[in-house]
Design a protein around this ligand. Structure first.
Ligand SMILES: [Zn+2]
Length: 130
Protein backbone atom coordinates (compact mmCIF):
# COMPACT_ATOMS: atom_id res chain seq x y z
CA UNK A 1 0.00 0.00 0.00
CA UNK A 2 1.15 3.54 -0.72
CA UNK A 3 1.00 6.59 1.48
CA UNK A 4 -1.69 9.24 1.65
CA UNK A 5 -1.11 11.93 -1.05
CA UNK A 6 -2.45 14.47 1.40
CA UNK A 7 -0.55 13.85 4.63
CA UNK A 8 1.75 10.89 3.87
CA UNK A 9 0.17 8.62 6.51
CA UNK A 10 -0.61 4.94 5.98
CA UNK A 11 -3.54 4.00 3.78
CA UNK A 12 -6.03 1.29 4.54
CA UNK A 13 -7.80 -0.84 1.94
CA UNK A 14 -11.28 -2.22 2.49
CA UNK A 15 -13.50 -4.33 0.28
CA UNK A 16 -17.23 -4.12 0.71
CA UNK A 17 -19.27 -6.01 -1.84
CA UNK A 18 -18.04 -4.86 -5.23
CA UNK A 19 -16.44 -1.70 -3.92
CA UNK A 20 -12.83 -1.23 -2.99
CA UNK A 21 -12.23 1.77 -0.78
CA UNK A 22 -8.84 3.19 0.11
CA UNK A 23 -8.75 5.64 2.96
CA UNK A 24 -6.18 7.43 5.05
CA UNK A 25 -5.64 6.37 8.67
CA UNK A 26 -5.00 10.00 9.64
CA UNK A 27 -6.98 12.49 7.55
CA UNK A 28 -10.23 12.18 5.61
CA UNK A 29 -8.63 11.46 2.22
CA UNK A 30 -10.14 8.46 0.46
CA UNK A 31 -11.34 6.96 -2.77
CA UNK A 32 -13.69 4.21 -3.83
CA UNK A 33 -13.59 2.11 -6.96
CA UNK A 34 -15.36 -0.93 -8.25
CA UNK A 35 -13.22 -3.84 -7.26
CA UNK A 36 -11.44 -5.43 -10.18
CA UNK A 37 -10.23 -8.60 -8.51
CA UNK A 38 -10.54 -11.70 -10.76
CA UNK A 39 -12.84 -13.17 -8.13
CA UNK A 40 -15.56 -10.89 -9.51
CA UNK A 41 -15.20 -12.06 -13.08
CA UNK A 42 -15.06 -15.74 -12.15
CA UNK A 43 -18.32 -17.22 -13.38
CA UNK A 44 -17.82 -20.62 -11.76
CA UNK A 45 -20.56 -21.79 -9.44
CA UNK A 46 -18.90 -23.29 -6.38
CA UNK A 47 -20.50 -25.66 -3.91
CA UNK A 48 -19.81 -25.67 -0.20
CA UNK A 49 -20.36 -29.19 1.08
CA UNK A 50 -20.43 -30.22 4.73
CA UNK A 51 -18.03 -33.02 5.52
CA UNK A 52 -19.01 -36.13 7.41
CA UNK A 53 -18.58 -36.13 11.16
CA UNK A 54 -19.83 -32.64 12.02
CA UNK A 55 -21.41 -32.76 15.47
CA UNK A 56 -25.05 -31.85 15.59
CA UNK A 57 -24.32 -29.37 18.38
CA UNK A 58 -26.27 -26.19 19.04
CA UNK A 59 -23.32 -24.05 17.88
CA UNK A 60 -22.97 -25.99 14.65
CA UNK A 61 -26.70 -25.91 13.94
CA UNK A 62 -26.76 -22.15 14.54
CA UNK A 63 -23.80 -21.69 12.21
CA UNK A 64 -25.59 -23.64 9.46
CA UNK A 65 -28.80 -21.67 10.00
CA UNK A 66 -26.83 -18.42 9.49
CA UNK A 67 -25.20 -19.62 6.28
CA UNK A 68 -28.23 -21.29 4.74
CA UNK A 69 -30.61 -18.67 6.13
CA UNK A 70 -33.04 -21.18 7.54
CA UNK A 71 -34.52 -21.99 10.94
CA UNK A 72 -33.00 -24.17 13.63
CA UNK A 73 -34.97 -27.33 12.75
CA UNK A 74 -34.15 -27.05 9.06
CA UNK A 75 -30.48 -26.53 9.91
CA UNK A 76 -30.54 -29.60 12.17
CA UNK A 77 -31.89 -31.69 9.28
CA UNK A 78 -29.15 -30.37 7.02
CA UNK A 79 -26.31 -31.18 9.42
CA UNK A 80 -27.70 -34.67 9.95
CA UNK A 81 -27.93 -35.49 6.26
CA UNK A 82 -25.13 -37.02 4.23
CA UNK A 83 -22.70 -34.52 2.62
CA UNK A 84 -25.24 -31.73 2.22
CA UNK A 85 -24.52 -28.85 -0.14
CA UNK A 86 -25.14 -25.75 1.94
CA UNK A 87 -24.13 -23.03 -0.50
CA UNK A 88 -24.12 -23.03 -4.28
CA UNK A 89 -23.01 -19.69 -5.62
CA UNK A 90 -20.31 -17.61 -7.29
CA UNK A 91 -16.95 -16.87 -5.69
CA UNK A 92 -17.67 -13.53 -3.91
CA UNK A 93 -20.72 -15.03 -2.20
CA UNK A 94 -18.73 -18.14 -1.28
CA UNK A 95 -16.15 -15.92 0.43
CA UNK A 96 -18.88 -14.29 2.53
CA UNK A 97 -20.35 -17.63 3.56
CA UNK A 98 -16.98 -19.23 4.23
CA UNK A 99 -16.20 -16.38 6.64
CA UNK A 100 -19.24 -17.40 8.67
CA UNK A 101 -18.23 -21.07 8.54
CA UNK A 102 -14.70 -20.23 9.65
CA UNK A 103 -16.12 -18.78 12.86
CA UNK A 104 -17.56 -22.19 13.66
CA UNK A 105 -16.11 -25.67 14.09
CA UNK A 106 -17.83 -26.98 11.00
CA UNK A 107 -15.78 -28.98 8.53
CA UNK A 108 -16.58 -28.38 4.91
CA UNK A 109 -15.11 -28.62 1.46
CA UNK A 110 -15.58 -26.50 -1.65
CA UNK A 111 -16.03 -27.95 -5.11
CA UNK A 112 -14.57 -27.36 -7.60
CA UNK A 113 -11.31 -26.36 -5.92
CA UNK A 114 -11.67 -22.80 -4.62
CA UNK A 115 -8.67 -20.73 -5.80
CA UNK A 116 -8.99 -17.79 -3.40
CA UNK A 117 -7.85 -17.05 0.10
CA UNK A 118 -9.48 -14.64 2.47
CA UNK A 119 -7.15 -13.10 4.99
CA UNK A 120 -7.49 -10.21 7.35
CA UNK A 121 -4.16 -8.61 8.25
CA UNK A 122 -3.76 -5.55 10.45
CA UNK A 123 -7.24 -4.36 9.60
CA UNK A 124 -6.46 -4.70 5.91
CA UNK A 125 -8.72 -7.08 4.12
CA UNK A 126 -7.29 -9.03 1.25
CA UNK A 127 -9.00 -11.34 -1.18
CA UNK A 128 -6.31 -12.87 -3.28
CA UNK A 129 -6.16 -15.50 -5.97
CA UNK A 130 -3.73 -18.29 -5.07
ZN1 LIG B 1 -3.99 11.52 4.94
Amino acid sequence: MGKCPNCNSDLIKKIEGLTLTISCTNCDWGLATTYWDPIYTDETIYKVILEKGNLSSIENIRAIAKVVNCNFLQAKKIIESENPIIVEDNAPEIIIQVRKLNNSNLKYSIKPNFPYTDKINNGEEIIKKI
